[in-house]
Structures are given as C-alpha cells and as structure tokens.
Design a protein around this ligand. Structure first.
Ligand SMILES: C[S@@+](CC[C@H](N)C(=O)[O-])C[C@H]1O[C@@H](n2cnc3c(N)ncnc32)[C@H](O)[C@@H]1O
Length: 222
C-alpha cells in the first residue's frame, strides 16, 4: 500500500494561501489544463490527489462538459473541494486513494499534481503510477506537476526560488521550508521519473513546464 501524506489542520486550511506564496506560476499551470486536455477531448477525467479542488475548478469553468472524478485521502482537503465545487452535477468527489476506485471503470485522461514527491521511490511512486494506468484507456494523457531534479538541480533551483519569494515571509520560515524540500521530500531526477512512467506502462513523459523546482509533465498510457 502506498504512503499517504495527510494534509490536516493549518496545512489543510492554509493550503490555498500556501500555494500562492510558495509555488510561482501555480495558477498559470492550472490555467493550461483545459487546453492541454482538449486534444483528446476526454469525457471521463480522473483527478488524483485533488486537494482543495483547484485543478478541478479550472477544468469546470472553461465550458467543458467532462465528467470529473476527484479523489484525495485527506478529509480536510476534500471538504474544501466540496465547498468550492458545490452544485456542479458533473463532478464526483471522494475521500479515497486510487486503490479504492474500482478498476472496471476507465477514464480518458488523468492529472496528478503535486503528489508524487510525497511518495518514496521504494515502490510507492511506481505503484501509484501503475494504479492510475490501470484505470485509463489506451492513449489517455496523464498530466503531472512534481518537484523534479537530481540533488544538485534541486539545490540550485531552490536558490532561485528563494530570490523570488515574497519579502513578507520570515527568513526562518523560508529556511525551514527550503530545507524540508531539499532533504525531506522524495524528488527524483528527470531520468528516474521517465523510467518510472515507462515501467508503469506510460510513454516517456515530455517536460512542458518548469517553474524552478516544479516541473510539468505530459505522458500517455501505452
Ligand atoms: C500538495 S497537495 C496537492 C493538491 C492539488 N493537486 C493541487 O495541485 O493543488 C497534495 C495532496 O495529495 C494528497 N495525497 C497524499 N498522499 C496521497 C496518495 N498516496 N495518493 C493520492 N493523493 C495523496 C494529499 O491529501 C494532498 O491533498
């Protein structure tokens, strides 16, 4: 069973402010999603680790009529998603892991944003990718956003991230957070991410976005 990184208390309630402060170009990335997925015109879309529902919100407000299933294991995150996305008949939200979804239903596209770097590369990342793959039709796109890079790349990009953070964030908080990213999260190199995708039954992913340590990837189910 994959590791679960639960978001609770202030980490959950403050999540939307957190992304504003710490992830440059987060909203730009989310804004790209409807167009990135237009090519395949997915009907059934799976949003894994949907958190507070930010990516789903972008996907439903662009006039698309996809049926969207958003899953997340953190009750306090999915609760915020429910509030944000109330009243959309084409959205189903569940407090769940991918393994909880029956794999007889197939999806036409999936997203996995800011989740993979919480899982160790000890089989957990691979398992999550495989479980997503099992639930996708052939050729379905999977869009990922992840902290990616070997340790020297992460180190250098963290220095750049530090330059761009708001002057309002206390230095102590910056050091703590950057140290945690560098030493406690499970980022892998671009080559390793590609190998994991291929082993899980996807094509070699294409990096189409980078905002310092955050890289956006597009792959397809083989
Ligand atoms: C940083 S948030 C990302 C939320 C959203 N995707 C976004 O881009 O804003 C990470 C989310 O991953 C969820 N998560 C943790 N472990 C997970 C797992 N094993 N599978 C799927 N989601 C997981 C957490 O509950 C949390 O809501």
């Amino acid at each position: 069973m994959s590791k679960v990184e639960l978001f609770a208390n202030e980490r959950a309630s403050g999540y939307d402010q957190f992304v504003e402060a710490w992830i440059p170009n987060y909203h730009y990335f989310l804004d790209c999603l409807p167009k990135l997925l237009t090519d395949t015109d997915p009907k059934e879309l799976l949003v894994v680790g949907c958190g507070t529902g930010n990516e789903i919100q972008k996907l439903v407000t662009k006039g698309k009529t996809w049926n969207i299933t958003g899953i997340d294991p953190s009750p306090e995150m999915i609760q915020q998603a429910r509030q944000k996305l109330e009243g959309y008949p084409n959205i189903v939200l569940a407090e769940a892991l991918i393994q909880d979804l029956k794999n007889d239903k197939k999806y036409d596209a999936a997203t996995l944003l800011l989740v993979l770097h919480f899982l160790e590369d000890n089989g957990s990342k691979l398992e999550l990718l495989k479980e997503i793959g099992k639930r996708l039709v052939l050729g379905a796109p999977l869009v990922m956003l992840d902290i990616t890079g070997d340790s020297s790349m992460i180190k250098e990009n963290l220095k750049i991230l530090r330059l761009l953070l708001s002057d309002d964030i206390p230095e102590e908080q910056i050091s703590l957070r950057l140290n945690r990213i560098e030493n406690e999260l499970f980022h892998v190199s671009e080559d390793r991410l590609a190998a994991l995708c291929v082993e899980a039954g996807f094509e070699v992913p294409v990096r189409f976005f980078q905002s310092m340590i955050y890289m956006g990837w597009m792959t397809k189910k083989r």
